[in-house]
Design a protein around this ligand. Structure first.
Ligand SMILES: [Zn+2]
Length: 811
């Protein structure tokens, strides 16, 4: 709007000043200030007159001065734009029009009265909710109350409680507990609980760490500063007995050092050779990109004068043999030229009239890339998108390098991933279990867990009856490293490498200094709950440690996992071994941040199965050295850790119905002297890593126990209707089952089928929902366990009447 600028300047200045004065009378939003200028008076008008925050573009600083002179209410914001300067002003529609009439370019509103109204409505609703919550006593819902032992027989207490006033950040819960049956509440201790929120939503109150206690409590009372109170029984967490106890010596402890991917793959290959009757070695169809990189060199240090080059060939395939030099010709007025001899690239730099080097980084890049012979060998780039206007410095002959330091025994070729299939009968007729390790390269303990598990299964088969049952009755697939290239890189080049090695970065972030920031996070590359579908916890940035890859399932490593579970549809269970922290988790594993929209939760029966299995599996982990995985680190990924968009456990569960578990091996270690928990990290001393491998190999064997119980389960569940509450005119009830099972019911007297309502959970980490009826009601129902056994052998799809019936009466 250059014309408007002219019209507002110089000669017409005084005349224009009069305009807003006139406005003061025609528009009620303006008033005279004491010094005679016009300023908006919105406080007194109350109606606000449709005032909005408007965008104005002025040609230059003098336009801002004029707006100030006119008394316009400007925000503290000045932004250069293509055609001038953008400023923001608080204006009524009349004021906007007056300024437009004066030639100002008043554009759209940044916010207006509608936004204001929305904000006030939202604020009022929140205030009402808070006031209502403050006015009434809150209700406390008990989620979990458990004591457990860990390491050195130290006792700990875990309590999780949800307050109906929990969205109010001033709600404080305090827990007190006794020191054993019959003792006084409080005699065991008292502690304030933390308010746990995630993605801006209140989840529940808990202890941030389990509280160390000296005696096992029987009861605990939780009180809220909002008036609520609840007293509950404290149960024991873990320590359930082993299902099968053999009298034969059980051999274990087969790992004695951290192993790279080449070693673990060789180990399972030799196991396959040693036990041909019990195993099969499976070559997965997609080879990795390989432990290899293009060779690079960087010239210069100041951003504007840096030139970096990247070989076309991988370093191992000739890239490392390329050299380049930047030569000062030593004469005045020399041109910029590029010469290539074999694999040596020589850049003769240009000079000015006094003989000084005059070639800029951008000119060198253009000259190298424009030389046909040089361009066959390498690509030149400026630094991170810099225009490269700086003059380069001469540089001696420099050899390009892929910077890879693994010994020659580590192949630079695409890696052949291998899975070890273990089972007496490997024809697809047995329930399959997929145990896999090291999706994340730096988690060095995890491949040891897979190797130890395979060794135990094969070396105990002959003597240990429990092992024999597992191998005879199951079809077990063990993939010891999902990320072999990253494993090599983590061990030999950069120990904190999490991702694979495939570099998808454009030239603006592919310079050698970024080489530890490339690669795809394989546990974000799967197709369910992906960042590409809007889920939280994955990144689309090629240098992020949670980079999800250029598209779903872009990586051969992830496609191999999918191939395995698709090729062997008998696989019903999967365990994704990670480190660290001591977690045991299951789906859902991702949510959309807006509204914390979680992937569909598993049904009540499956959730109950998860918890029952947890008790057994984590008791086996505990057997090795006493480590008690915390109840607060057991549950759906989204409830106890964070959202992990595109992870593999969700892929297996939501796409195929495979029960997909996750371990984070490496539980925090408790120091009884300092009374603190210390995290173990990705690569603890081998002494600690070895212990973790032993205890979580126990855990993986326990997964197999659970899978075998499922495979051989012929027991039908039993269920009962339990009245919870009777009030005049309303009765509330729920169902209990003899084992984890789903309940389908009808309230209209009809026959229950799989299309009937299914009993749900009351909420996250809560018990079964309750149902309330307001008249005498005939309830028909049946239950079905996870293995598919139906109570009383009822056929929901048939015509039989052998379902459960009960009338719920009203008082
Ligand atoms: Zn991990």
């Amino acid at each position: 709007m250059r014309s408007s600028r002219k019209s507002v300047r110089t000669g017409r200045w005084l005349a224009l000043l009069a305009l807003p004065l006139a406005l003061a009378f025609s528009a009620p939003g303006l008033a005279m200030t004491s010094d005679g200028e016009v300023a908006p008076d919105r406080v007194s008008s109350g109606a606000q007159n449709g005032v909005g925050l408007m965008r104005i573009v002025v040609a230059d600083k003098s336009g801002i001065d004029q707006l100030n002179e006119l008394g316009v209410d400007l925000a503290e914001y000045v932004k250069p734009v293509d055609n001038g300067i953008e400023v923001h002003a608080i204006l009524s529609p009349e004021e906007s029009q007056a300024l437009r009439d004066m030639g100002f370019d008043v554009q759209d509103a940044i916010s207006d009265q509608n936004d204001y109204a929305e904000n006030m409505t939202e604020r009022a609703a929140t205030m009402r909710a808070l006031t209502a919550a403050a006015a009434s006593t809150d209700t406390l819902t008990m989620l979990r109350a458990e004591w457990f032992t860990s390491l050195e027989n130290q006792l700990f207490l875990n309590i999780e409680v949800k307050s109906s006033a929990g969205t109010d950040s001033t709600t404080v819960l305090t827990a007190s507990w006794d020191s054993g049956a019959g003792t006084e509440i409080g005699s065991g201790g008292t502690a304030t609980m933390s308010r746990f929120t995630d993605a801006g939503q209140y989840m529940y109150h808990r202890f941030s760490n389990p509280v160390a206690i000296s005696a096992a409590p029987a009861k605990a009372t939780i009180t809220s500063n909002k008036g609520g109170s609840v007293t509950v029984d404290v149960s024991k967490w873990l320590g359930s007995p082993r299902k099968v106890t053999g009298n034969h010596p059980y051999v274990s402890d087969f790992v004695d050092h951290y192993m790279d991917a080449t070693e673990v793959t060789a180990r399972i290959s030799s196991l396959a050779a040693e036990f041909p009757k019990l195993t099969q070695l499976i070559d997965l169809p997609y080879k990795t990109n390989g432990y290899r990189r293009q060779a690079q060199a960087q010239f210069g240090t100041a951003s504007a004068s840096i030139v970096y080059v990247t070989s076309k060939a991988y370093g191992s395939e000739g890239g490392n043999d390329i050299t380049m030099s930047l030569v000062n010709p030593g004469v005045a007025n020399a041109p910029l030229t590029v010469g290539v001899s074999g694999r040596a690239v020589t850049v003769n730099l240009a000079t000015n009239g006094s003989g000084a080097i005059s070639s800029t980084a951008a000119q060198v890049v253009a000259a190298v890339n424009g030389n046909a012979d040089a361009a066959k060998l390498l690509t030149a780039s400026t630094y991170r998108g810099n225009v490269g206007a700086g003059v380069v410095a001469a540089a001696a002959v420099t050899r390009l390098t892929d910077n890879l330091k693994a010994p020659a025994s580590v192949s630079r070729d695409p890696f052949q991933m291998k899975a070890l299939r273990i089972g007496k009968q490997r024809d697809g007729s047995k329930v399959g279990v997929f145990l896999y390790c090291q999706e994340h390269a730096r988690e060095w303990v995890t491949p040891l867990v897979c190797v130890e598990t395979a060794e135990r299964l094969l070396r105990n088969y002959a003597k240990d009856p429990n092992t024999r049952k597992l191998v005879d009755d199951l079809d077990i697939f063990i993939l010891p490293t999902v990320n072999p290239d990253g494993s090599h890189y983590s061990m030999y080049d950069y120990n904190m490498q999490r991702r694979n090695m495939t570099n998808y970065c454009p030239a603006t972030s592919a310079d050698p200094a970024n080489r530890n920031a490339w690669g795809v996070d394989l546990n974000r590359n799967f197709s369910i709950g992906s960042v590409y579908d809007g889920y939280n916890g994955g990144s689309t940035s090629c240098t992020s440690d949670t980079y999800a890859g250029p598209s779903k399932l872009s990586e051969p490593e992830a496609r191999n996992e999918v191939w395995l579970v698709d090729t062997f549809p008998n696989i019903k269970f999967a365990m994704n071994n990670h480190s660290y922290g001591g977690y045991f988790m299951w789906p859902p594993g991702a949510y959309k941040t807006a509204g914390r929209e979680v992937l569909p939760r598993v049904d009540q029966g499956t959730e109950a199965f998860f918890w029952t299995s947890s008790d057994y599996i984590l008791s086996r982990v505990q057997e090795h050295r006493g480590t008690g995985i915390w109840p607060g680190r057991t549950g759906p990924v989204t409830d106890v850790l964070y959202s992990a968009a595109g992870n593999s456990a969700d892929e297996h569960w939501y796409n195929r119905g495979i029960i997909g578990w996750d371990f984070e091996v490496g539980a925090d270690v408790y120091n009884p002297t300092t009374k603190r928990f210390t995290a173990v990290g990705f690569q603890p001393s081998f002494a600690e890593g070895h212990e973790e491998a032993m205890e979580f190999a126990n855990g993986n064997i326990a997964i197999l126990d659970v899978a075998r119980s499922y495979a051989t389960d012929k027991l039908q569940p039993r269920s009962e209707l339990k009245t919870v509450k009777q009030e005049p005119g309303a009765t509330t009830f729920t169902f209990t089952t003899s084992e984890p099972a789903n309940v389908y019911y009808t309230l209209d007297g009809s026959r229950p089928t799989f299309d009937s309502p299914k009993l749900a959970l009351a909420g996250m980490r809560e018990g079964n929902q309750t149902l309330t009826v307001k008249g005498n009601t005939t309830v028909n129902w049946f239950s079905i366990d996870i293995a598919g056994n139906v109570e009383s052998n009822y056929k929901p799809d048939g015509n039989g009447k052998n379902y459960n019936k009960q009338t719920v009466a009203i008082q």
